[in-house]
Design a protein around this ligand. Structure first.
Ligand code: SF4
Ligand code: SF4
Length: 382
């Protein structure tokens, strides 16, 4: 039997800087110290989840206090540190500033890496994807320390360690993947390949306050009082699913990541504080069976899709008519959202026949106006 992966669970009940610093130090010590993950003279990229710059207590990305504590801990090794992410909308620099991480990085002398320009990288070993375009700032680094946030996600159930690596693909190219990989299953496989290519050395997840419900952008903050550390993204996401009282087998990135050798769902050792003290039985997350496991995965016609598959729905009262959902929609050859008769004073309308159910519109709506709903027949089937 191979050596088990280690997942460190560390209790931390507030964003009070001293408490967070102590928790980060403890988590890293439980994994053998920062020296396990960086050598002097290397270039190390911190990859926080900066889906969009916003008030840290909206729980869209790791809290600046966690980011600061991680940067501080790694100062023990004399290396060159950079950071960055490709947000879902806007510029990497602007979103880093709005998230509060930019200010911390500036103060610590950690420079923003290039997440605007990309370079094609061949990946012949990829199980499904044989080449990726990766941000130049990622390719310039010797290693990556990934900083995900504990959140729900309409397509992937949870957005954790594996999903955070998607931000290493520069902006507009991410949308292309959505249109090329319209099913959750294909999208999860792509994410596993991407992690196999980039292999972040360590994942540190901020779950002090997590997001439940309408994630990954418009959900509800919920205290989960945990920082979670592991070099194994599958073991980490499996533990996070268990904290959410979600069967990890419903997380397709875990299933494919386990099968393809990215990590393990079973052979891991938990260190730190006991898992059962973190489990939230009523965590608001999608627990319906996978479309692929219910036998409807092969039903690809528009009719079947419209009958069974959860669809995004706009609440006209909440919609502020910003048009962002139309802008980010990756459906081709035509967007699946438009202004009704060109009237921008009304909420956009969907063409569900064109919609590939990527949920980018729900993810990026700034007004919490879009939710994902399962049609009645789909609910009955599940
Ligand atoms: S992104 Fe949200 S607020 Fe903006 S137009 Fe679309 S539904 Fe309305
Ligand atoms: S309408 Fe929304 S869910 Fe459908 S393809 Fe466009 S962005 Fe994706």
């Amino acid at each position: 039997m191979t050596q088990p992966s280690t997942v460190a669970l560390v209790r931390c009940e507030s964003y009070e800087p001293e408490a967070v610093q102590a928790a980060v130090q403890r988590g890293l010590s439980l994994l053998g110290g920062v020296e396990q993950f960086v050598q002097p003279g290397e270039t190390i990229l911190f990859k926080p989840n900066i889906l969009e710059g916003a008030d840290p207590m909206k729980c869209i990305g790791p809290h600046p206090v966690v980011f600061e504590a991680v940067l501080e801990a790694f100062r023990a090794v004399d290396a060159h540190y950079t950071y960055g992410d490709s947000p879902g909308f806007g510029s990497p620099k602007g979103m880093a500033r709005m998230s509060g991480l930019g200010k911390i990085a500036d103060a610590k002398g950690v420079e923003l890496a290039d997440f605007v320009n990309g370079e094609e990288v061949a990946f012949p070993q990829g199980k499904m994807i044989k080449k990726f375009t990766i941000a130049k700032g990622v390719l310039a680094a010797d290693g990556i320390i990934s900083l995900p946030k504990m959140k729900t996600h309409a397509l992937a159930r949870l957005t954790g360690a594996v999903k955070n690596t998607f931000g290493c693909v520069p902006g507009f190219l991410k949308a292309e993947f959505h249109s090329l990989m319209p099913s959750a299953d294909m999208f999860a496989k792509m994410l596993v390949d991407l992690n196999l290519l980039l292999q972040p050395r360590l994942y540190i997840m901020d779950g002090i306050y997590a997001m439940e419900g309408n994630g990954p952008r418009n959900g509800t903050p919920r205290p989960m009082n945990a920082l979670i550390f592991s070099a194994d993204p599958i073991a980490l996401d499996t533990v996070v699913a268990r904290m959410m009282n979600l069967d990890p087998k419903l997380v397709e990135t875990c299933m494919h990541g386990d099968a393809w050798g990215l990590g393990t769902m079973k052979n891991y050792e938990l260190v730190g504080d006991p898992l059962d003290t973190f489990i939230a039985a009523d965590y608001n997350v999608n627990r319906s069976p996978l479309s692929t496991s219910t036998g409807i995965g092969f039903l690809t016609t528009s009719l079947m899709k419209n009958i069974f598959t959860p669809r995004p729905v706009i609440n006209e009262e909440l919609c502020i008519r910003c048009g962002r959902c139309i802008q980010v929609c990756p459906a081709v050859p035509e967007k699946a959202l438009s202004w009704p008769d060109g009237d921008m004073t009304k909420a956009p309308v969907y063409d569900y026949n064109l919609c590939i159910r990527c949920y980018c519109c729900q993810e990026m709506c700034p007004a919490e106006a879009i939710t994902v709903k399962t049609p009645l027949l789909g609910r009955l089937l599940h």
